[in-house]
Design a protein around this ligand. Structure first.
Ligand SMILES: Nc1ncnc2c1ncn2[C@@H]1O[C@H](COP(=O)(O)OP(=O)(O)OP(=O)(O)O)[C@@H](O)[C@H]1O
Ligand SMILES: [Mg+2]
Length: 412
């Protein structure tokens, strides 16, 4: 599978259609596409989205090409940079070879000729985006916990998954609390953070990976947590572009980045999703919640967030009479829950005492075993990616899976 984050700078609107169609025709391509026509927006997007591939429409405006190439090389040194051009539209005094030569001098590595044919596109992608390069070798995996319904257990699931992972990968897991309105990760882990996302925002001009890791609060499990701002007012200025920078930096510093979110589907959550390798959609077996979440699935579809990247978590499951059973939930949503976490009062006392459920519940506890299966799932996703890259060996990922394989079954 070729993974690619593709940023396209173009002036001809038809290019959007050509690239979309060429990409759609490639079975083993998993690409997110961003198109921009304004130079300023393209440059911002290079920094914010850290594309693995930048495609620039080449015409006679070589100054813009040069600027985009330089900005790309500064922000994403690993990115591949392609030129796309329409030979039939070249000015009579500019030959195709002159155009290509000049572009190569500016740092363009390869070319697509219009109209773009899928086989050409595949070949260029294979040449320029081998799986190793596309995954940028050292990047960690981002898993977010989302739902458009409040109080369903997003924070509970993200905290426990992050702690469970950190138990096997000390100092290699980051939990980013993006609940800008009211984050609970710090409290639920009994931590008193000295720094939060607000400090990262205030230091944004000099923020780099090193500083980001220094702003994390370290939990006794070995988990690094970037806590949410202390109040919604403090968070007022933090925007989605900044959060995307934080996630991209975290991905370069940690093997696993777990993101807790808030109950909405706004630009911020869309930005988080756009960067997520996987999203766990959390819901409950309560009819109004199911109705809301069904609409949420449609939004995810419109947003082109692939179903393979989604996992459904039916949380606080109880089979009390009148509540939809797992089969009813599956029929109603048209999707089977991947994980079913039973309702368990110990979650409340865990939240109150700041002792994560996953590390304090009895080994035989059903909810804890489902949480461990979720931990395995995140580790498995990273392991599968690593298998594509023979230069990377993450023995620790394997050990996490083995260590809890006895509990890897999920209900439902
Ligand atoms: N499986 C469960 N059984 C019993 N209680 C649970 C379970 N999961 C979560 N809870 C409790 O439900 C409450 C809400 O959970 P949580 O804060 O994780 O939801 P949330 O989706 O993050 O909420 P918000 O939308 O406000 O961010 C908490 O008190 C938590 O302890
Ligand atoms: Mg929450």
């Amino acid at each position: 599978m070729i993974q690619a984050r593709i940023l396209v700078h173009h002036s001809d609107a038809e290019i959007v259609h050509e690239i979309r169609s060429a990409a759609a025709a490639i079975d083993d391509l998993n690409a997110s596409l961003h198109f921009h026509t304004e130079l300023r927006n393209t440059i911002n997007a290079v920094t914010n989205y850290q594309p693995t591939l930048v495609i620039i429409e080449i015409d006679e405006d070589f100054d813009s090409v040069k600027t985009i190439v330089n900005e790309t090389l500064a922000a994403v040194p690993n990115a591949a940079i392609l030129g796309v051009y329409d030979a039939s539209r070249l000015a009579t005094n500019v030959s195709e070879s002159t155009l290509m030569l000049q572009s190569l001098r500016l740092g363009i590595e390869d070319f697509l000729r219009r109209p773009i044919a899928s086989p050409d596109f595949v070949q260029v992608l294979q040449n320029r985006l081998s799986p190793r390069r596309a995954m940028s070798g050292e990047l960690g995996k981002i898993a977010s916990f989302i739902s458009n319904k409040g109080g369903v257990g997003k924070s509970t699931c993200s905290i426990n998954t992050a702690v469970g992972l950190a138990t096997f990968h000390s100092d290699r897991v980051a939990l980013i609390d993006c609940s800008l309105q009211m984050g609970v990760c710090g409290v639920q882990l009994d931590m008193e953070p000295e720094t939060t996302l607000v400090d990262a925002w205030e230091e944004r001009d000099r923020l780099d990976e090193k500083l980001l890791t220094q702003l994390m609060t370290v939990h006794e499990s070995g988990l690094h947590v970037l806590c949410a701002p202390p109040s919604a007012i403090d968070a007022a200025d933090i925007d989605d572009a900044f959060l995307s920078r934080i996630l991209l930096m975290a991905r370069r510093s940690y093997d696993y980045v777990i993101v807790d979110t808030f109950p909405m589907f706004d630009r911020t959550v869309m930005t988080i999703l756009d960067l997520s390798d996987h999203a766990f959609i959390v819901l409950e077996n309560i009819v109004p919640t199911l109705q809301m979440v069904k609409g949420f699935f449609s939004l995810l579809q419109e947003f082109d967030f692939a179903e393979e990247k989604q996992r459904i978590v039916l949380n606080r499951y109880s089979s009390r009479s009148g509540s939809p059973a797992i089969g009813d939930v599956t029929t109603y949503l048209g999707r089977e829950p991947d994980f079913v976490i039973p309702a368990d009062r110990r979650f409340i006392s865990s939240a109150n005492t700041g002792k994560p459920f996953i590390s304090h519940a009895p080994r035989w506890n059903r909810a804890a075993s489902v949480l461990r299966a979720m931990v395995d799932e995140v580790a498995e996703i990273a392991k599968l990616s690593d298998e594509l890259d023979p230069t990377k060996s993450k023995a620790t990922s394997g050990s996490a899976i083995r260590a809890s394989s006895d509990s890897s079954s999920s209900e439902g």
